[in-house]
Write a new protein. Sequence first.
Lengths: 315, 492
Amino acid sequence: MLHYLAKRLLSLALSLTIASMVIFAVIEVAPGDPASFMLGTGAQEETVAALRSELGLDQSKVSRYLDWVGGMLTGDFGTSYTYRTPVAKMVGERLWVSLPLAIYALTLSTLIALPAGIYAASRRGKAGDMAVMGATQLGVAVPNFWFAMLLVLVFAINLRWFSAGGFVGWDKGLWAGLHALTLPAVALALPQAAILARVMRSALLEVLGEDFMRSARAKGLSQKQAIRRHGLRNALIPVLTIIGLQFSFLLAGAIIIEQVFYLPGLGRLVFQAISARDLIVVESVVMLLVFAVILVNFLVDMAYAVVDPRLRRAA
Amino acid sequence: MKLKTHFAAAASALALLASAAMAKDTVTYATQLEPPHLDPTGGAAQAIDTVVYLNIFEGLTRFTPDGAVVPLLAKSWEISEDGLTYTFTLQEGVTFHDGTTMDAEDVKFSLDRARAEDSTNAQKVLFSAISDVSVADPQTVVVTLSEPNGSFLFNLAWGDAVIVAEESAETLKTAPVGTGPYRFNEWVQGDRVELVRNPNYWGDVPELTGATIKFISDPTAAFAAMMAEDIDAFDNFPAPENMIQFEADPRFQVIIGSTEGETILSTNNAQAPFDNVKVREALAHAIDRQAIIDGAMFGYGTPIGTHFAPHNPAYVDLTGQSNYDPDKARALLAEAGLADGFTTTLHLPPPAYARRGGEIVAAQLAQVGITAEIINVEWAQWLETVFKGKNFGLTIVSHTEPMDIGIYGRPDYYFQYDNPEFQDVMTRLNATTDPDQRTALLQDAQRMIADDYVNGYLFQLAKLGVAKAGLQGVWANAPAAAIEIGALSWAE
């Protein structure tokens, strides 16, 4: 187990180093100067130069890269060029929207998908299976931003149950916060649930065909008991993989949904920062997201080992 | 009997509650762009002014909704005969939101800070004529200019020229402290800024007790927020195609006005073949302005024939000089030796007027044999390649600064128009304070750039305001980027 852990940790560190180089290089190559952007078309050359030196943009790329990485290692993510606030603080505030939204959506999608997938697998070929598969086909095909607009039209504009977007803040209470995140969470969750349900179904079907399932039935367990005791655990590995991928996607990839519901989340922060050439914010947030994705993968790897003892011994 | 009185009391109490709930005394306004910070003296973003100008910060003079310049923190002023000395008398009893007094020292500090060597004021050029600022007494400031400047009082009305205090100047970006009728309360980044009424305001205390300004960039989300009545008004609605729906809905009022944005097909005058005036004239006749206004802006916008706002009294209508005439355009191209046309680039920044307008312009140019290769760019890229690098053939952009015809007097400005005669008119304009003479010079300037076909003049950008039916005092036009909360009230 220790060996397995060490190997995973090493690959984690290596991925992060390479990612930091790629991110820095790609963002620095993009044309556009943050100081000119901030000062606009009326500014004089000398004003732009004054601002560039104030922001430290007149230093060499290498020294800026080293400053950036060195800062991150000590927990300092730099200061936003445009907002003039520490990036860590900005990310912290945005995480209070993005993280609960991702967890909310993932919880919804898992709660819908696992029972649906299990139900479909146990009714293979029957009407129930057909219905679930039909619904998931639709769910996979519908783009989430379109679904989001539909939700706004029905529940915000016509029924007025929810507001059309924005986020009141958690200081207005847990209920108010969850209420504001409900439509976006549903919009994110349903397409994810559709994918997850299909994976759950096929994973379980595969397991149901295994010899050990037949043995379980032969020793007198009912179909339900056999699935619960032996089937589920073995079908979980692909499901865990997908859940891990989906969490990363929900955390980093909710940009469009955040745009539709004008939520002050991480995705929109990156989006704004890119158009303002707020390089340090883009670099640090993208780096954090990479870290989150790698961390989630790492945790999923660990979870495999928990679910499947063979992995622990093999390593 | 007793029961009845109870009932009546309860009913009247309920009625009272209901009327209290009805009398709305705050407003939730939305605008498309979030400001990067809240210091109007340290950034070019118009979004900063939209939030803070006249709400949090005030200058010596201000713009009225119709674009006139009137006294604000300066109660009155005297201008010396030679036009070089301005003596301002300040309003009395003005305090900053942190309780400190606003006096002549603050005015000196603000103007000196804006024109200093290391100043990061985006419109530093507004202050370039100042040679000295001195304090005569706490209520009197004397500003000396190195040369007469006819637009000096106008310059002082800009958001970039507001008065700030030395004590709070360093932290204005996140904690703005001004003298205005509203105080900064909270900024939830990515979502909203909240303002509360300043009880110690020196002027007339405004009607509304507070305001929330929300930032909604996506046009679809903006429409949904308006329809769901999450917001009371939208400053300049991003999707012209939705205006007809608002107009048809009795819950809303639509307020169409004009901005200071001259939308132009900017042309690289230093690049062949645009260095030939015949080619530029051909461009002008190849463009059907009304088709662009109808197609890209759903009919909102006023055609212009020069770089000047039609709502300005000094405006000259020169649209006839560059009427849509593709045959003439082809003939002019042939005269210039380009009968077979040519290929150029058309850089389009993100706003709809550019991206949608650009498609139409490219199609119209194709009709006369000019192939315009469309290149979509972000603003940062546009600034780098087009504005700074001057590496472009054509681009579409709205010049939103008020009274900015002066840019044609700068030969190094990105479209690179170099005409000494025009530069001379600008020098004379700066030195003239007589209103009639100024008007005559401004009209000469408009005609000169129209005669030289410097750029393709398309239309004046409209301001598409939408608000709930009962909201009064909304600015129809935008002489400056502003949402003046102090002017707003709800109808009874």
